[in-house]
Design a protein around this ligand. Structure first.
Ligand code: DAT
Length: 174
């Protein structure tokens, strides 16, 4: 396994609205790891390669995202948040968490965000078909991919506790 002077690299993925950024930023605060929101990074650095007419949003330039993050990731100690996961180099991550949310709860969260009806329905379908979970299982070793329910504040707290414990264990054994 690659040396990570600053700690483990953790990927938090899942359908939009499942709670990735809330969980990842809180976990980063609690554990003093570095939060990397790929969506925000792409906006700040304009890492896009065109415009998606269907969803009316910019298309991520995945190669430039990888180039931009390579040095940071090789040092370790990062919590990466993105709604897709198979374009990152597999070697970057020590553990992958896939957040899952019930359809009705997810629908309500995305409605509050003001998503168009197509974007809303496509995202809820993506969750129903467990698209991101399958993507993660194909892209990473199955033993490092963990599915976590993210419907309630209690589940969020429970997930934070589990992840913080895993990080402590990782630090103790490296
Ligand atoms: P994402 O980053 O996956 O798009 P988010 O962190 O922005 O999702 O969360 C979407 C909304 O849902 C936000 O208002 C916070 C809320 N939320 C997230 N996880 C939750 C949970 N486990 N229980 C209750 N609300 C949650």
């Amino acid at each position: 396994m690659a040396a990570r002077p600053r700690g483990p690299n953790i990927l938090i993925t899942g359908t939009p609205g499942t709670g990735k950024s809330t969980l990842a930023s809180e976990l980063a605060q609690r554990t003093a790891l570095n939060y990397v929101g790929v969506g925000n990074l792409a906006k700040e650095q304009e890492l896009f390669e065109g415009w998606d007419e269907t969803y009316q949003c910019p298309i991520l330039d995945e190669d430039r995202v990888i180039d931009e993050l390579e040095d940071t990731m090789s040092e370790g100690g990062n919590i990466v948040d993105y709604h897709s996961c198979d374009f990152f180099p597999e070697r970057w991550f020590d553990i992958v968490f896939v957040l899952r949310t019930d359809n009705k709860t997810l629908y309500e969260r995305l409605e509050k965000r003001g998503y168009s009806s197509k974007k809303l329905e496509d995202n809820v379908q993506c969750e129903i078909f467990q698209t991101i979970l399958d993507e993660a299982r194909e892209a990473y070793k199955s033993e490092i991919v963990h599915e976590l329910q993210s419907n309630t504040p209690e589940e969020m707290e429970d997930n934070l506790d589990k992840m913080a414990l895993w990080i402590e264990d990782w630090r103790a054994s490296h």
